[in-house]
Design a protein around this ligand. Structure first.
Ligand code: OGA
Ligand code: MN
Length: 286
């Protein structure tokens, strides 16, 4: 074989949802070359959610593979694997350790990762290590399409609006883990535009997070709540969604700048679900 570890003809890709999401198979991320990673990034930009099937990746190789898409960043709100601090764990065993100690489902309401940060991560990579026999799907929604479908009048009204996002928002619909004061200090509230322009594709997307948005800057609370509720209801209409049914070994990469997503803890009682997770650095939304 000359140079290229994986000849293109062995790599198969298929569309998953109609308007977003694709899957690639026949590829081992441990051995993929630079050209392949560039193609995967293009496929991600075109499809918003990209699934790479049948991977076998220990935490350090997983982190190293994901580092080809950006700079992995540490997030202390989630447990990390003992082998690699940048690989977090999303698990059916998750509990609010510093709070009431009760079971907690991370990501159970519609959100985009990290929006409470001033520079939210650009991409999230979730690797299905143990997947339940059924259920535990991740839902996604296409925020380019949601923006495009808004009436012109609404587009004009929201064009310059900014929203305050918080780790613990008073509008929160899903409990998030309690964090120590030292960590909270590193997560002051962040103000982001309601409509953002994707830095790579140049396309406009709605930027919402049902679980972290506090209030629209300059609007009374009631008016702000009504606007945010209406925009969320619009953005999660079934026509904008794709639902990922996990297979063990899937690495699913999504772009937080143009999607929202949601976990579903609806798998059978007593079954395990274990995901390894990496996020890569992004820039302040504009
Ligand atoms: C996440 C997340 C969803 C899931 O990792 O950011 O929201 O289905 N996960 O586990
Ligand atoms: Mn999430």
């Amino acid at each position: 074989m000359s140079g290229q570890t994986y000849p293109d003809r062995m790599i198969h890709s298929e569309k998953l949802g109609g308007h977003m999401a694709a899957a690639v198979s026949g590829l081992d991320l441990n051995r993929a070359d630079t050209k392949t990673y560039a193609d995967l990034l293009d496929a991600l930009h075109a499809n918003l959610v990209l699934c790479i099937r049948d991977q076998t990746l220990a935490p350090v190789p997983f982190r190293d593979a994901m580092a080809r898409f950006g700079t992995p960043v540490l997030r202390k709100q989630l447990a990390a694997t003992p082998d690699c601090a940048e690989v977090n764990i999303i698990s059916s065993e998750d509990r609010d350790e510093l709070g009431d100690g009760k079971k907690l489902v991370n990501g159970a309401s519609w959100h985009t990762d990290d929006s409470f940060m001033r520079e939210p991560c650009s991409l999230t990579m979730l690797y299905g290590v143990v997947v339940p026999s059924r259920g535990g799907d991740t839902q996604f929604t296409n925020m380019y399409a949601a923006y495009d479908a808004l009436p012109d009048e609404t587009k004009a009204r929201i064009a310059d609006l900014q929203v305050i996002h918080k780790y613990q928002s008073s509008r929160q619909t899903n409990r998030v883990s309690k964090r120590p004061a030292s960590e909270m200090a590193a997560m002051p509230e962040a103000t982001h535009p309601l409509v953002r322009t994707h830095p790579e594709t140049g396309r406009k997307a709605l930027y919402l997070n049902a679980n972290r948005m506090e209030q629209v800057v300059g609007l009374e609370r009631a008016e702000s709540d009504a606007l945010l509720d209406a925009l969320i209801a619009h953005a999660i209409e079934p026509r904008f969604q794709y639902r990922h049914v996990w297979r063990q070994g899937d690495v699913v990469i999504w772009d937080n700048r143009c999607t929202m997503h949601k976990a579903n803890a609806d798998y059978p009682e007593g079954e395990r679900r274990l995901m390894h997770r990496v996020i890569v650095a992004g820039t302040a939304p504009v």
